[in-house]
Ligand binder design. Structure first.
Ligand code: ZN
Length: 237
């Protein structure tokens, strides 16, 4: 596959429809000339959850622990506030991330994408066809603790009471909907757990879902094979 999954190597057309015509081997059909092109179709891992549940802290601990197996990326690095106002801006943001993650996957390693996202925003996109599966680990937290964490954030982040209430409502919806979501969401409660413990659970979740073809040889893994990342000076809560 071309480095850009949209470009057909046969006719050069740019096509964003990503029609999967075969799963074995994974093959996309060009919308212009019909030519099939095979590509590496890996899973995508999403470390998600409402703001304040500990995503950034956990991601900082997980990334080095799984560096031999996945590429950890933070979705906020491509976010810009004008996307929220632009028609289709958020959808474009999601689609861009999926194409980027699929491009990384062509080098052999799946992406662990950190940041708030829900399957309803991913499953309907044509780019979803670029992945074998999308797995969601959702960090959750008891409402009073979540509100406390958000109130403690620096003022520039803009967490007033209205926004906190909105986040609590969203958090409750996500938690209640986890089992019914397609695909179902795996919840990880960070209310009482030290960040190291949550990170260890996240690592175990990820490794259990890694296809054998991309799992790192044991000798390349860090000394802890328990799934727990090595102790580091990462930020704690
Ligand atoms: Zn073509």
């Amino acid at each position: 596959m071309s480095v850009d999954p949209r470009i057909c190597p046969v006719c050069g057309a740019r096509d964003e429809r990503f029609t999967l015509v075969s799963e074995q081997p994974p093959t996309l059909a060009c919308g212009s000339c019909g030519a099939g092109r095979t590509f590496r179709r890996l899973p995508l891992f999403c470390l998600t959850g409402p703001s304040g549940t500990g995503k950034s802290t956990v991601a900082a601990l997980v990334a080095p622990a799984v560096a031999a197996e996945v590429v950890t990326l933070e979705q906020d690095v491509l976010w810009s506030p004008d996307l929220a106002d632009a028609p289709g801006g958020v959808r474009r943001f999601r689609a861009t991330w999926l194409r980027l993650a699929a491009t990384v996957g062509q080098s052999g390693r799946p992406v662990l994408l950190c940041g708030t996202v829900h399957p309803d925003e991913v499953e309907p996109l044509p780019e979803r066809a670029l992945f074998s599966e999308v797995h969601y680990l959702v960090l959750v937290c008891e409402p009073d603790v979540l509100a406390e964490r958000l109130r403690a954030r620096p003022p520039w982040r803009g967490w007033d009471e209205a926004r906190i209430a909105e986040t609590l409502e969203y958090a409750e919806l996500v938690r209640a909907d986890a089992a019914a979501a397609r695909p179902p969401l795996t919840l990880l409660d960070t209310t009482c757990a030290p960040a190291q413990e949550s990170a260890g659970r996240a690592v175990s979740w990820l490794r259990a879902l890694l296809p054998a073809e991309v799992a790192a040889p044991v000798s390349h893994r860090r000394p802890s094979s328990s799934g727990r990342p090595p102790p580091s000076g990462g930020p704690g809560r």
